[in-house]
Design a protein around this ligand. Structure first.
Ligand SMILES: NC(=O)c1ccc[n+]([C@@H]2O[C@H](COP(=O)([O-])OP(=O)(O)OC[C@H]3O[C@@H](n4cnc5c(N)ncnc54)[C@H](OP(=O)(O)O)[C@@H]3O)[C@@H](O)[C@H]2O)c1
Length: 226
């Protein structure tokens, strides 16, 4: 794996993904950033320049769009060293009895299917670089939360990451699952200034990708101190 890495980030227009784009660019890596909000992605490109960052607008719940992002990343930078599968969403109606199946479908398309599609589309590239796949699960993927379909989707992300780690280990690939508690991002309607900052999660990504190739950081749990 190269010291200067090419890092593909999903959900890069906002919150944890945008903070991670900034951190890895600051650290001297190259970034391929994707989300649906072209304007927000372009603002990052304007700050860092087209030689360091490539923005590709895509809906990651559509396999053909994720494949397009991977192809454009390879065309531009010649390889992919790290994929950060971070895009995710929640629901407004909580619980099962009161839950909205249409909201569930939209959420599961992103939190589960897009994760699968991102891995499916990028694994051949990561195999070539003995690369690294990083997943944003959640503390909600490790504990029980009354009636939470969102939490169940994050249990999927957590379990999938462990199985993917075993598959990738066959060719010296690495896989890290991030399990943050509450982070102050636009995921919530109100600000959460006393909780984790998106830069805390971005620092965990930088830690995982900077570890010696012999060391696969399998999971990182981050909780607000308060
Ligand atoms: N905030 C927390 O407390 C917290 C805690 C634990 C885990 N997480 C997880 O962290 C991840 C990032 O969340 P965040 O807190 O940073 O929230 P956020 O600020 O709302 O960011 C979500 C990102 O996902 C992208 N996205 C959503 N649907 C998409 C789609 N169909 N196609 C492409 N991109 C899509 C959004 O971009 P566009 O809208 O531009 O497409 C945005 O960039 C999620 O997986 C979330 O579940 C969050």
């Amino acid at each position: 794996m190269h010291n200067e890495k090419v890092i593909l980030i999903t959900g890069a227009s906002s919150g944890i993904g945008a903070a991670t784009a900034e951190k890895v660019l600051e650290a001297g890596h190259k970034a391929v950033i994707t989300a649906r909000s072209t304007d927000k992605l372009n603002a990052i490109v304007e700050r860092w320049g087209e030689d360091k960052v490539l923005a590709v607008t895509a809906d990651v719940s559509i396999l053909a769009e994720v494949t397009k992002v991977v192809n454009k990343a390879n065309d531009k930078f010649g390889r992919i060293d790290v994929v950060f599968a971070n895009a995710g969403t929640g629901v407004n109606s909580s619980g099962i009895e009161n839950g909205d199946p249409n909201e569930w479908k939209t959420m599961l398309d992103v939190n589960i299917n897009a994760l699968l599609f991102t891995a499916k589309a990028s694994l051949p590239s990561l195999r070539e670089t003995q690369g690294h796949f990083i997943i944003t699960s959640s503390i909600a993927g490790k504990i029980s939360l009354k009636g939470s379909v969102y939490g169940a989707s994050k249990w999927f992300a957590y379990g999938f990451g462990q199985n993917l780690a075993a598959e990738m280990a066959e060719w010296n690939g690495r896989c890290t699952i991030l399990c943050p508690g509450m982070v102050n991002t636009p995921f919530f309607n109100e600000a959460k200034p006393n909780k984790l900052d998106p830069s805390d999660i971005a620092n965990a990504v930088v830690f995982a990708i900077s570890s010696d190739p012999r060391c696969d950081v399998r999971e990182i749990t981050l909780m607000p101190t308060k």
